[in-house]
Design a protein around this ligand. Structure first.
Ligand SMILES: *[C@@H]1O[C@H](CO)[C@@H](O)[C@H](O)[C@H]1NC(C)=O
Length: 222
C-alpha cells in the first residue's frame, strides 16, 4: 500500500509519553498477532530526545518477546543503495511474500528494506487488517500527549494531520483505491482524539486520493 503522511507532531512530550503516526499491517490469526509498522513518532524514552523520528517496528508474537523498533534487533533487512554494485540481484520482487518498505517522496520509489516473511507465523501468508492513523501512549495517572498536529480531525486542511493517497496493491503490483464503506474508523478516546471519515478527494475536485484527517490536542485526562 502507499500513503502520504503528514506527521507534524508537537515536540513537547514528557519522558513517559509517545505519539505516533503510522501504518500497520496486521495478521491477528492464531497462533499470535503479527505486525509490521512504519511511520513517524516522538518517543523520548526510546531516543532521549523530543524530535520527530522515522521508525519501523515488527512483532511475530503479539508484542511479547519477538521484534523491536528500528534496527535494535535482527529482522528488518536494510537495502543500502550506497553499497549496491551494478548488476547485483535484488531478490525481492512482488511475489516473494516479504513485506517491502519503500519511500516515494524523492520522486521515484526507493526500497528502504524489507521484513522477510520468515520472521512471521501468520504474516508470512497475508494480512488480515491494515490500519492507518495515530497512536499515543502515556501513564494512566498523567495527561495525554497531542496526536498528529495537536488539532482535532474536524479542523481539516491546514490544521489537522492527515493521511492521503492511500492505495492498495494487488498481487500483480497494480494499485487501486479503497472501496467506499469498506473501512472502519476507530477511536478509543473520542473526547480526546478523533478521526474524520475516509473520503476519495477526487470526488471533490482534489488530487489527494483516498484520505482522512485525525488527531487531538495534549491534555487528555481520560
Ligand atoms: C472531534 O472533536 C471535536 C472536539 O470535541 C469536535 O468539535 C469535532 O466535531 C469532532 N470531529 C469528528 C470528526 O469527530
Amino acid at each position: 500500500m502507499a500513503v502520504t503522511i503528514l506527521g507534524i507532531l508537537w515536540r513537547d512530550l514528557t519522558t513517559a509519553q509517545r505519539s505516533s503516526t503510522a501504518l500497520w499491517v496486521v495478521n491477528s490469526d492464531t497462533p499470535a498477532t503479527n505486525v509490521v509498522e512504519a511511520g513517524f513518532h516522538v518517543y523520548p524514552s526510546l531516543y532521549q530526545d523530543s524530535k520527530l523520528h522515522f521508525f519501523i517496528f515488527w512483532t511475530a508474537d503479539g508484542y511479547k518477546s519477538t521484534g523491536c523498533y528500528n534496527l535494535k534487533c535482527q529482522g528488518f533487512v536494510m537495502v543500502n543503495w550506497d553499497i549496491l554494485t551494478p548488476g547485483d540481484i535484488i531478490d525481492n520482487g512482488p511475489q516473494t511474500g516479504d513485506w517491502l518498505l519503500f519511500r516515494e517522496d524523492t520522486g521515484k520509489p526507493q526500497l528502504i528494506g524489507y521484513w522477510p516473511k520468515s520472521l512471521f507465523t501468520t504474516l508470512d501468508k497475508s494480512a488480515s487488517t491494515v490500519r492507518w492513523g495515530g497512536s499515543v501512549s502515556y501513564l494512566s495517572d498523567a495527561t495525554g500527549p497531542p496526536m498528529g498536529s495537536g488539532h482535532y480531525a474536524s479542523e481539516l486542511e491546514g490544521k489537522a494531520a492527515y493521511i492521503k493517497n492511500i492505495q492498495l496493491f494487488n498481487s500483480e503490483g497494480q494499485s487501486y483505491d479503497l472501496l467506499d464503506g469498506a473501512q472502519n474508523p476507530y477511536t478509543d478516546k473520542i473526547d480526546c482524539y478523533n478521526v474524520s471519515a475516509l473520503v476519495n478527494s477526487g470526488r471533490y475536485g482534489y488530487q489527494d486520493g483516498c484520505m482522512f484527517y485525525f488527531g487531538g490536542p495534549a491534555g487528555c485526562t481520560s
